[in-house]
Design a binder for this molecule. Sequence first.
Ligand code: AMP
Ligand code: ZN
Ligand code: ZN
Length: 341
Amino acid sequence: MASSSSGNPNPELRKDPVWNRWVIFSPARAKRPSDFKSKSPADPNPNTTCPFCIGHEHECAPEIFRVPPDDPNWTIRVIQNLYPALSRDLPDPDPVTHTSAGSVLAGFGFHDVVIETPVHSVQLVDLSPEEIAQVFVSYTKRIQQFATRDSIKYVQVFKNHGASAGASMSHSHSQMLALPVIPPSVSVRLGSMKDYFDKMRKCCICEIQCEDLLIDSSTYFLSLVPFAAAFPFEIWIVPRYHSAHFHELDAEKAVDLGGLLKQTLRKMSVQLNNPPFNFMIHTSPLHDHGSELAYSHWFIQIVPQLIGIAGFEIGTGCYINPVFPEDAAKVLRDVNVSKSG
Ligand code: AMP
Ligand code: ZN
Ligand code: ZN
């Protein structure tokens, strides 16, 4: 368990069993944790004309479904991405071709956008737990559609909020990329969770002991700063029950998750000055071998963009985090935000 916490002046290296990668905690590089407020807060609504706003549906790529179905007063729309990274129009992919230069596969896949609200000025954090739950349920519904195809191996759900977190559109939205391959970080994560399971006969996420790292909890979920957080104020939202696949989330748990995500985002916004952030849903491959289900446990990673990554990180795959996780957790735990606001 964590050996260091507030006030430790010495650097320390940590590795957790999920990513199995060293992180250098280097408090000498930090100011106080409370000085990490974003200097470029995410501007929620600079666009004047926006294709994601209600009434502008004709400016978007085709719709896949909306909530409620067929309702002109929609609350959520799942649409095709106008500039997709992969093409849904290609035939299901050929087998991989191996050449002396490397391997090649046709760029088949799906790249969708989830418009989380009809109103331009409303952000995800402004929605009610029930409305956020509808966004999660929309992801699960779309993933279930992808799961009917053998050629789609993994679905990455992610959100970019704010220009320096990579967002090109300010209207609240997230994205889903359905891939014909299992991405390398998913293979690494599953491999290290399997190693832990083989040694301990337990799932490493079910085993998280997080008193010093806890931010909040709800009936079914915990929010916490991970033991070897790669980024300052990185947050995980973790199911308290064992589950390999995010898309098995049911409606009751989705509302519980919506409430905890809202509360966590509000805390991050208050303490870090509405920072740009990314969130990623880390789940399991669609067509898993049954054995993966025992050690693979889905979770959401939230990364506020407070410091950039540079040569050291690119060169080594190690990260330098100036804020000890226990200190970040305390900053986020100790602020009071109302659950409904
Ligand atoms: P981000 O860049 O993270 O803000 O995500 C916005 C996504 O919306 C980008 O991937 C764009 O390709 C996509 N996009 C932009 N305009 C449209 C549009 N009119 N219809 C559908 N997708 C769009
Ligand atoms: Zn808009
Ligand atoms: Zn578990």
